[in-house]
Design a protein around this ligand. Structure first.
Ligand SMILES: Nc1ncnc2c1ncn2[C@@H]1O[C@H](COP(=O)(O)OP(=O)(O)OP(=O)(O)O)[C@@H](O)[C@H]1O
Length: 332
């Protein structure tokens, strides 16, 4: 698609900005709000900034307003209040100019099961008035190749696995060069292998310089694939920023491994460790502000046989819980 070998592509850094896009935000919303007819406030005053070149995870439990936001960004529904700009142009007003540069995969791809993967893409391409029919076959072949479906191109789409269908949907979004890809729950319903394939593809696309905006209710997915994330809860933005910073914002857990768990728990409490709990030979707690070397020394002085003393890294899930005071419902 871009003349780069796979190795060169992988060597690219997803965080590097494409030339000419430095500092630009690809998606920006201010006070974006949607109240549905029934009075349901689905999105409430959203200020979202998606940097160019990022893989941006839009994270939130089911019903937190992700799909509603995406539909407003794509100009499919009108906001009740606030503004949204995509690729520097106002939406939905500039939809006709903006959307050709945006590849979207929302609520699963619409495919004809009785047509082959290749014929599905030929149909998609033919529906695009800007697509030159003379180069159609080459474009379709390149898109199939891009998503790893070249060998299965002649198979009927109904014989495809869910992961293959999802990749075919991505291929359709990639028929034209895109500056932005918007993917709504791209790994929903996929098995672990299918999920890995989609994640790898997303990383490759990002390395090519495409900004990828993807919604997900899977925290570990966001941690694995995204450079940036925004967290939604009940229609509101809880936080946004670089994934590494979001996780770092939540403090890790202190973990002590010892056969003297009861005594260790007592000493840890004395040392200002909060929320101390013991499970077998594992004693955990919220680390105090003081130097952890002192805490360790106090354990040893009290005769606790310390076999392990570590600070477990906080995850995005810890950050979410710390920010919202709620657990993250990953069901569904
Ligand atoms: N067309 C609609 N009419 C009325 N209410 C709606 C409509 N679409 C969504 N909602 C409500 O708006 C809220 C946000 O829904 P939305 O689908 O945007 O959330 P989501 O985070 O994408 O969740 P999911 O992953 O389940 O789609 C929910 O309470 C939902 O019931």
């Amino acid at each position: 698609m871009d003349g780069l070998s796979a190795t060169e592509r992988e060597a690219g850094d997803a965080r590097e900005r494409a030339p000419g896009q430095a500092g630009a935000s690809v998606i920006a919303t201010r006070g974006l709000t949607k109240r549905y007819g029934g009075g349901q406030l689905a999105v409430d005053g959203l200020d979202l900034t998606v940097p160019a070149g990022s893989v941006f995870g839009f994270l939130g439990p089911n019903g937190s307003g992700k799909t509603t936001t995406i539909r407003m960004l794509m100009g499919l529904i009108e906001p009740t209040a606030g503004t949204a700009s995509v690729l520097g142009r106002p939406m939905p007003r500039a939809a006709r100019a903006v959307l050709p540069e945006v590849g979207a995969l929302i609520e699963g791809p619409a495919l004809y099961g009785f047509l082959s993967g290749r014929d599905n893409l030929l149909r998609y391409d033919a529906a695009d008035p800007t697509a030159d029919p003379r180069t159609r076959r080459a474009r379709v072949a390149a898109a199939l190749d891009r998503v790893g479906l070249a060998a299965a191109a002649g198979k009927k789409a109904k014989a495809y696995s869910l992961g293959m269908k999802q990749r075919l949907g991505l291929a359709a979004a990639l028929l034209q060069p895109r500056r932005l890809l918007v993917l709504d729950e791209p790994t929903n319903g996929l098995d672990p292998q299918g999920m890995r394939e989609i994640r790898t593809l997303i990383r490759e696309l990002a390395a090519d310089g495409t900004t990828v905006f993807l919604s997900s209710h899977l925290l570990d997915e966001i941690e694995q694939v995204c450079t940036h994330a925004a967290v939604m809860a009940q229609g509101r933005l809880v936080t946004q920023g670089e994934v590494a910073d979001l996780a770092a914002g939540a403090r890790g857990r202190l973990v002590v491994i010892t056969p003297d768990a009861a005594e260790a728990a007592r000493v840890l409490k004395e040392q200002g460790v909060g929320d101390v709990g013991a499970d077998g030979d594992r004693v955990t707690g919220d680390p105090p502000a003081r130097d952890l070397a002192e805490v360790n020394a106090a354990l040893v002085t009290a005769g606790v046989r310390v076999r392990g003393f570590t600070l477990e890294r906080a995850s995005l899930e810890d950050a979410f819980v710390a920010l919202t005071g709620e657990g993250f419902d990953v069901a569904g």
